[in-house]
Ligand binder design. Structure first.
Ligand code: PXL
Length: 273
């Protein structure tokens, strides 16, 4: 059994964060561990604003000690880190245990909300986690910030950002165009330091896509852990997320989530015979 870890924030509504990661790991048939860095809550009395409560780094460290007591992990994903101390702790464990298949989802900006910006994470990501990443998966806004290029508006901009983030040490960079890039297709660019692969899927017009980014990175992690080549792991993750978006679920008046089980039709499991 392949074992994989997510170091991420908690989204109690179950769409993004470590909840998305664990659900995705299960769909891929790998055993999921999780260590919590922060807790995201949403307050409907404030127009459904997000609040991030950071957890202290010593608590993250205790969780990681628990996780790393067992045999080697086959993959590791980082998501929302909360603060720079948590980034340093995570980075330390990755180095100490020489973890392979590290996927860094550099969560700085969540889709559709400026409230969840994590400015404190930017330099830590650049200095510690991106150099350890086998794959980094910034969205358009994050890629603009991490590369220092600012607003990205075209495929050419995405390629240049990928090139800059590769220079920071990430071995493979997927810049996710998603809904932010104008056009009929969801375009991602994968750069491995030599070649740009432009990955296109149809754009699904839906509001029920909360959690898509986390799910994508978790799917890549699980695919790599299972031994898929990087390009194959990224392509499969894209197909997995497309299905999850197409079958998104309305959660409340404010938000709808991707359905992590869509690719395998998990809703049909365990039916009474
Ligand atoms: O999608 C970014 C993200 C990551 N992690 C957690 C989140 C969110 C967005 O809401 O809640 C825990």
């Amino acid at each position: 059994m392949k074992k994989v870890l997510t170091i991420a924030g908690s989204d109690s509504t179950g769409g993004a964060g470590l909840q998305a990661d664990l659900k995705t790991f299960e769909e891929y048939g790998v055993f999921g561990f999780s260590s919590i860095t922060s807790i995201v809550t949403m307050d409907p009395t404030q127009g459904w604003s997000h609040e991030v409560t950071e957890l202290p780094a010593d608590l993250l460290e205790k969780q990681l000690v628990s996780v790393f007591t067992g045999e080697a992990l086959a993959g590791l994903k980082t998501g929302m880190m909360g603060n720079e101390q948590n980034i340093q702790v995570a980075s330390h464990f990755i180095e100490k245990y020489q973890v392979e298949n590290v996927v860094v989802d550099p969560v700085i900006a969540c889709k559709g909300t400026a409230q969840i910006l994590q400015p404190k994470s930017v330099s830590g990501l650049q200095e510690y986690l991106l150099p350890q990443a086998w794959v980094a998966t910034p969205n358009l806004v994050e890629a603009g910030i991490l590369s220092g290029l600012g607003d990205l508006n075209s495929l050419a901009d995405m390629k240049e950002a990928a090139r800059q983030i590769h220079k920071l040490g990430a071995r493979n960079v997927v810049v996710k165009g998603g809904q932010r890039l104008v056009g009929d297709f969801a375009i991602d660019v994968l750069y491995d330091g030599h070649t740009f692969h432009v990955l296109e899927t149809k754009m699904v017009q839906t509001a029920n896509n909360h959690g898509a980014g986390c799910t994508f990175a978790a799917a890549i992690t699980a695919g790599l852990a299972k031994g898929y080549a990087t390009i194959k792991a990224v392509e499969l993750a894209k197909a997995f997320v497309l299905k999850a978006i197409e079958q998104g679920v309305r959660i409340n008046p404010y938000v709808g989530h991707v359905w992590h089980g869509a690719y395998n039709q998990a809703q049909n499991r365990m039916e009474e015979q």
